[in-house]
Ligand binder design. Structure first.
Ligand code: BV8
Ligand code: ZN
Length: 237
């Protein structure tokens, strides 16, 4: 299977579904989670990205999210994000499922986006559950709800929490009904997102993977391309 063949499959496909992870935003300068420079190397996930961590020490969790907001606020979508916008313009049926919380796909102009793990630019009240946009950088370390005074938390899915059911269902529908699935910059280690590729394959999709390094999903892809997202994704058009 060659890049050329993948390109022609993508060009003729009626339905394309993309799955992205931190690797696509790495090319915009946002740290990934698990690589050598990954966020989890210096911070233990279980200390920061869990509801228990937030209950124990909300300031510490907000400090981490403030730090990430500060980084993300200065970053722009890269060639890979932009190429996906062009792909969406050309395909009849196109859906973009992302595990990223940075909002760069939206900023680039993608339209049909399913954000599986939430949005770092939204906050949720732990009392009245209201979700609101919030672009303050930095936020106070114990931000409170304007409506009810409850403690605000990031509108992000932490480990041990359920994903939004509608978003997850739509994502599964999108992978089950696509002809081509392109998986970009994800280690494929976090569930249930990790079940999307097998679901696509089980329904006969042609799966293309773009990742700097081989992953455990690589052997099951029709084509696995090792390279930077910003270099490779534009070549798929
Ligand atoms: C749930 C917070 C039901 C967001 C994140 C055992 C088996 C199966 C499942 C489990 C299990 N034990 C626990 C679970 C469940 C758990 C899970 O999956 N754990 C794993 C780790 C084993 N999942 C959950 O808890 C989920 N909920 O299952 O609900 C439930 C409910 C109650 C009890 C039980 C079950 C919730 C998942 C929450 C996800 N939230 N973090 C934040 O603050 O941002 S996960 C975190 O990982 C990020 O959000 C990120 O989105 C996600 C995925 O990571 P990737 O995007 O793949 O990033 P990573 O760094 O890993 O990889 C980057 C890749 O890019 C690499 O491959 C690299 O080579 C590549 N790359 C780098 N640079 C480039 C590049 N590629 C191309 N170009 C480049 N330039
Ligand atoms: Zn409230």
């Amino acid at each position: 299977m060659s890049l050329l063949e993948a390109r022609s499959r993508i060009a003729s496909a009626q339905a394309i579904t993309i799955l992205t992870g931190a690797g696509i935003s790495a090319d915009s300068g946002i740290p990934t989670f698990r690589g050598t420079e990954g966020l989890w190397r210096n911070y233990r996930a279980e200390d920061l990205a869990t509801p228990e961590a937030f209950e124990r020490n909300p300031q510490r969790v907000w400090e981490w999210y403030n730090w990430r907001r500060e980084i993300i606020a200065t970053k722009q979508p890269n060639e890979a994000h932009h190429a996906l916008v062009r792909m969406e313009e050309r395909a009849k049926n196109f859906h973009l499922v992302t595990q990223n919380v940075d909002g760069l796909h939206r900023l680039a102009g993608s339209r049909s986006i399913y954000e599986l793990h939430g949005d770092i630019w939204k906050v949720r009240c732990t009392s009245c559950l209201q979700v609101t946009d919030n672009h303050e950088v930095p936020l106070s370390l114990l931000p409170h709800c304007h409506t009810c005074g409850g403690l605000l938390r990031p509108h992000i899915v932490w480990f041990g929490e359920s994903l939004d059911e509608q978003t997850l269902n739509k994502s599964f529908q999108a992978v089950k009904s696509c002809e081509v699935m392109v998986i970009i910059g994800t280690s494929g280690l976090v569930y249930p997102a990790a079940m999307l590729m097998p679901a696509a394959k089980a329904n006969g999709a042609f799966v293309v993977e773009v990742n700097l390094d081989p992953t455990h999903s690589s052997p099951s892809a029709a084509l696995s391309i090792n390279g930077r997202a910003r270099d490779i994704v534009p070549l798929l058009l």
